[in-house]
Design a protein around this ligand. Structure first.
Ligand SMILES: [Fe+2]
Ligand SMILES: [Fe+2]
Length: 226
């Protein structure tokens, strides 16, 4: 059982990695994912302590990967290594630490190992749910503005754009040419079909329907037809 003292210590160590101003990957994302992962884990009968520790630590190296230009840095892999150091230094048993680290390594949608445990699946689903729905719309806007992109770009040849600006592993080549609606078309639209748990799927379907409606509407408003 995770005590309040251990929980506070893990948050204290994790907080130094998370910005208060980054809505996409900062503290507020971590808090939302932690709540959603615990909710999914409760419905799925998972070990909530493993889920909570993994959720708090899952993106500690995200900022470093996105902003440091260190070649080969993968936040799910190197973040899991740092999480292992943090949990070990706090006296967390190695069996618990390894289960938490697997969740962190397997939380990314494009790379990394498949989630093998129910806890890893719950974290994966909660993290992906944060990309869609009303929250997904706000997040997509923050990410676009963060990278100096337009929010909405009319693109008639989606396949041609994909060949030019998206690598085979799904990562973006030139962020400045991307936009929220292109991210939605090429990646976020598929999120609901990629979740692992039944609870995650139910929530994802609802959120995806809202996001679908939003982008359809924003496209029409931009064209001036609605
Ligand atoms: Fe991540
Ligand atoms: Fe995340």
């Amino acid at each position: 059982m995770l005590t309040d003292l251990v929980r506070a210590k893990v948050w204290e160590r994790a907080s130094s990695f998370y910005s208060d101003r980054d809505w996409a990957h900062g503290r507020s994302h971590i808090e939302r994912v932690t709540r959603a992962a615990i909710e999914i884990g409760t419905q799925e009968g998972a070990d909530l302590d493993i889920i909570e520790l993994a959720a708090i630590l899952h993106d500690i190296f995200e900022h470093r990967e996105t902003h440091s230009n260190i070649e080969g840095l993968k936040h799910e892999v190197h973040g899991a290594q740092e999480a292992r150091r943090i949990l070990t230094s706090l006296g967390i048993p190695s069996e618990v630490t390894e289960r938490v680290c697997h969740c962190i390594e397997a939380h990314r949608k494009r790379t990394g190992p498949e989630p093998r445990t129910i806890e890893a699946k719950c974290l994966f689903d909660a993290d992906k749910l944060d990309c869609i729905g009303a929250i997904g719309v706000i997040r997509a806007a923050f990410v676009s503005f963060d990278h100096g992109q337009e929010f909405y770009k009319e693109e008639k040849d989606i396949e041609g754009y994909k060949r030019k600006n998206i690598r085979p592993d799904g990562t973006i080549i030139d962020f400045s040419k991307h936009s929220s609606n292109l991210e939605y078309e090429l990646s976020l639209k598929q999120v609901a079909s990629r979740v692992y748990t039944q609870t995650g799927r139910r929530l994802a379907v609802e959120r995806a329907a809202f996001m679908d409606e939003f982008f359809e509407r924003v496209g029409k408003e931009i064209k001036g037809v609605l």
